[in-house]
Design a protein around this ligand. Sequence first.
Ligand code: IMP
Length: 183
Amino acid sequence: MPNDDSVQLYDSLFALLISADQVAARVRELGAMLEQRYGDKQPIFISILSGAFVFAADLIRAFRAPCEVSFVKLSSYEGMQSSGVLQTVLGIDTTLEHRHVIVVEDIVDTGRTLHFFLAHLRAQQPASLCTVTFLRKPTAALFPVEVDFVGFDIPNRFVVGYGLDYNGLGRNLPGIYQLAEKR
Ligand code: IMP
């Protein structure tokens, strides 16, 4: 696959945007911030699959206090365009009432995913609810959504790496790469 500066996936070239070292440093900071707020609250992290699994795995290990982890699978993307249809594919297997819930997302693009999912979670009456996303594309925030912790604000370009894919490829890249050109 890549040299460190660029990677080819199918017919598209992606250029390095955030290095693996920058990613690791930021995740440590986010883990420490969450630990300050939730270290004595035994929170439950809910990771949105598939994209957030890499971020969630690193984030919970940067959170050095007791916590639980759960996963939910939603889908709204096909290729590089949002399909607009949100489906819960795999639900949460534990009750969230009176729990401190931290939702872990890979990227907020239109905000549709979080908007939908937070409403679903609020209905379960958690003690508190906060959101952490690794990436955010602010220009594309079409749906009103509060994000409490953001790893990086990035330009409104399609990106891959660190869990994010382009039609299934790129999730294993340790850094973030943005779409450079199409051949
Ligand atoms: P939203 O619902 O429009 O905010 O989109 C959120 C979901 O779309 C994320 O969880 C990703 O799975 C996917 N997504 C949004 N932007 C990108 C991107 O640039 N690359 C890969 N997936 C993306």
